[in-house]
Design a protein around this ligand. Structure first.
Ligand code: IPM
Ligand code: MN
Length: 370
């Protein structure tokens, strides 16, 4: 297959983790005879520094001309404590989501069995946790009318949802539930918000088209608690933009490191694959970032291109890597490797299904692999 992939490394650790994901992509291209053409673009803080615009037209055009987009991270602390900043790196991400019509953000939450000790949640609660969050990404309070009063003494953000916006993500979520454990939970705040009542009304209607799926409904405050006390009850979680943002960060705690979770944002024009973590500016340039979330995002990208076997090879390489007890410093207790070394090892694992890593050999420096 020939595929054109726009690569947007962004800020902070973005370029480092993207570099490792590209090693893995290139290994897949080699092994399965594909040709991936990468088109690099700037987004976020680095794009502001270079052009004044967090999402230059050139970057957007290259995304629109690609089969998929691989995205690193954006954000720079120099903007975080300046609420008056006129341009912000996040505008690059939000602008891209809107311009590409990325309405459906998918965040799988899978527990890696030998990393349970990393989670602050007791291990017994983690048994059976395997869920996927479907977060609406270009509507709701993020994109509704917002502003300040003329005298600047009040401000507003408005949550707006249309039936169309609810329907298109709902069908993707129900279809996913059909392929999984056939269970879907709508997370909303229908006891208070009109938009949530619209969600509930239409999810109840759409649910009748998927009679095999057991659909249930949960207020977001309760869901926030249930995610901690009984996370294994969730299969597909469907929710709006803001609630999805919050509960997906919360659910990453179950896994033990934000550095492990990938995401896919399915769009009308193209789709974007990115780790759920941010730009971790404190770690930038130190070669300590965990590339696994980005490597798994590349695996989702391959699957989206229809390359199911290739996608599984990457997932499998990540499992073998973690099962060997090797990891970047965020995976406490693992034999420590740098971000770039982790990328080299993952590349080697992708190339060779029989390769077994040994953490003892790494610890003693006697490994002959790479
Ligand atoms: C995410 C991030 C973004 C969001 C920020 C960086 C704008 O937190 O992708 O979850 O709020 O959607
Ligand atoms: Mn977030």
């Amino acid at each position: 297959m020939n595929a054109k992939i726009a690569v947007l490394p962004g800020d902070g650790i973005g370029p480092e983790v993207i570099e490792q994901a590209l090693k893995v992509m290139n290994a897949i291209a080699d092994r399965f005879n594909h040709e991936f053409t990468y088109c690099f673009g700037d987004v976020g803080g680095i794009a502001i520094d270079k052009t004044g615009n967090p999402l230059p037209q050139e970057t957007l055009d290259s995304c629109l001309n690609s089969d998929a987009v691989l995205f690193g991270a954006i954000g720079d602390p120099k903007y975080d404590n300046d609420p008056k900043a006129k341009v912000r790196p996040e505008q690059g991400l939000l602008g891209m989501r809107k311009a590409l019509g990325l309405f459906c953000n998918i965040r799988p939450v899978t527990i890696f069995k030998n990393l349970k000790h990393l989670s602050p949640i007791k291990e017994t609660y983690l048994d059976g946790v395997d869920m996927v969050i479907y977060r609406e990404l270009i509507g709701g309070i993020y994109f509704g009318p917002k502003g300040r009063s003329e005298d600047n003494t009040s401000a507003h953000d408005t949550c707006v949802y249309s039936i169309d916006e609810i329907e298109r993500i709902a069908h993707l979520a129900f279809q996913q539930a059909m392929k999984r454990r056939k269970h879907l939970t709508l997370v909303d705040k229908a006891n208070v918000l009109e938009t949530s009542r619209l969600w509930r009304e239409h999810i109840q209607r759409i649910a009748t088209e998927y009679p095999e799926v057991e659909t249930n409904y949960m207020f977001v405050d309760n869901a926030a608690m249930q995610l901690i006390v009984y996370p294994a009850q969730f299969d597909v979680v469907l929710t709006g933009n803001m609630f999805g943002d919050i509960i997906s960060d919360e659910s990453s705690v179950l896994v033990g490191s934000l550095g492990l979770l990938p995401s896919a944002s399915i769009g009308e024009k193209t789709s974007v694959f990115e780790p759920i973590h941010g730009s971790y500016p404190q770690g930038a340039g130190k070669d300590i970032a965990n590339p696994i979330a980005t490597v798994l995002s590349a695996s989702l990208l391959l699957d989206h291109l229809g390359l199911t076997e290739e996608s599984n090879v990457v997932k499998n390489a990540v499992s073998r890597f973690l099962e060997a007890g090797i990891g970047t410093p965020d995976l406490k207790g693992a034999t420590e490797v740098s971000c770039s070394k982790a990328g080299d090892l993952l590349e080697a694992l992708v190339m060779d299904d029989d390769l077994v890593l040994s953490s003892e050999k790494f610890a003693t420096g006697s490994s002959t692999i790479i």
